[in-house]
Write a protein that binds this ligand. Structure first.
Ligand SMILES: [Zn+2]
Length: 307
């Protein structure tokens, strides 16, 4: 793959960064279980949350909601009818452009197209449900930094604390170059309290609308990663067993989708695989929708962690 070759080249040219508490090494890439990968070219899938980890997260989420008088019961999954906190959520966004000279220095118009794409996705305008979540651009920062640009995973602990704006309900969205098959990664809402400055979403600038990454350049990597930022799991979380993605109206699927398969139905439970869902790994050209249940879950998680 073209980008894979470029990654190897950059890795050979960039000297190893000094170690220190502010830096996170490549081995911490595994700290991003919510990352989105380009499917197809990747031999080994990055680990998702284990069913046990997801169960722990859900237990805590339900405890918090019970404490707020909004409990749904530990085993109840979200569906559209659960949308009890139905008020529109408008998320303020700070967009941080990390670039190396002209490389990755996306224009203000391109940033605005990315925000518009997210609003279309979350508003159900490409299909699926209106989740009741929208985004408002508050500011753009620009950092011309070759090291950050070439290895944003390594320098995540450096650029995020320097650039982060706002509190738990503010989305910090970083665009940069990301090597390998990685399109972006996010932090989950329940991680905010322990490390607020690390909260946010990083995307490959080539995944933005009109970007250079074939099949993945409609801007849905940001849609997908922000889904994690709002508390959604992958549609293939827990595979065919367990409790799936904790959303009742997304059929279970055994593994991530590749490309845009037709008639993919990997689990014995009801419903074909949700290959068009933003929280799968399909091509951007295949993605059209969130479900009402995912929208309800966003609101529940927002109430517990970001309101
Ligand atoms: Zn993901």
């Amino acid at each position: 793959m073209k980008l894979l070759a470029a990654t190897v080249l950059i890795a050979a040219l960039v000297p190893a960064a000094p170690s220190g508490p502010a830096l996170r090494g490549p081995s911490d890439a595994c700290a991003h279980p919510e990352a989105r990968l380009r499917t197809g070219g990747h031999g080994q899938e990055r680990n998702d949350l284990t069913p046990a980890q997801a169960a722990t997260v859900e237990q805590r989420l339900n405890q918090i909601l019970d404490g707020l008088g909004l409990g749904f019961g530990a085993d109840e999954q979200s569906d559209g009818a659960d949308l009890r906190t139905a008020a529109q959520i408008t998320v303020p966004v700070y967009f941080h452009v990390i670039h190396d000279g002209a490389k990755g220095n996306v224009s203000t118009a391109e940033v605005k197209r990315q925000i518009s794409t997210m609003n279309a996705s979350y508003g159900g305008r490409n299909g699926g449900a209106n989740t009741g979540v929208s985004f408002k651009l508050r500011g753009i920062t620009r950092s011309d930094n070759a090291a950050w640009f070439q290895d944003p995973e390594r320098y995540e602990g450096t650029y995020k604390p320097q650039l982060h704006e706002g509190g738990k309900g503010t989305l910090n969205l970083y665009s940069t170059y990301i090597g390998g098959d990685l399109l972006g990664w996010s932090t989950f809402p329940w991680k905010y309290k322990a490390d607020p400055k690390m909260d946010g979403v990083t995307i490959h600038y080539g995944s933005m609308p009109g970007g250079e990454i074939e099949h993945f350049n409609k801007g849905f990597s940001a849609t997908h990663e922000v889904g994690h930022w709002l508390g959604l799991y992958h549609t293939f979380q827990d595979g065919c067993g367990g409790k799936g993605d904790r959303v009742a109206d997304t059929p279970a699927e055994r593994d991530p989708s590749n490309g845009c398969p037709t008639d993919k139905d990997t689990c014995p439970s009801r419903g074909a695989d949700p290959v068009h869902n933003y929280m799968d790994y399909s091509y951007d050209t295949c993605m059209t929708s969130f479900t009402a249940g995912q929208g309800a879950r966003m609101h529940k998680v927002w109430t517990a962690y970001r309101a």
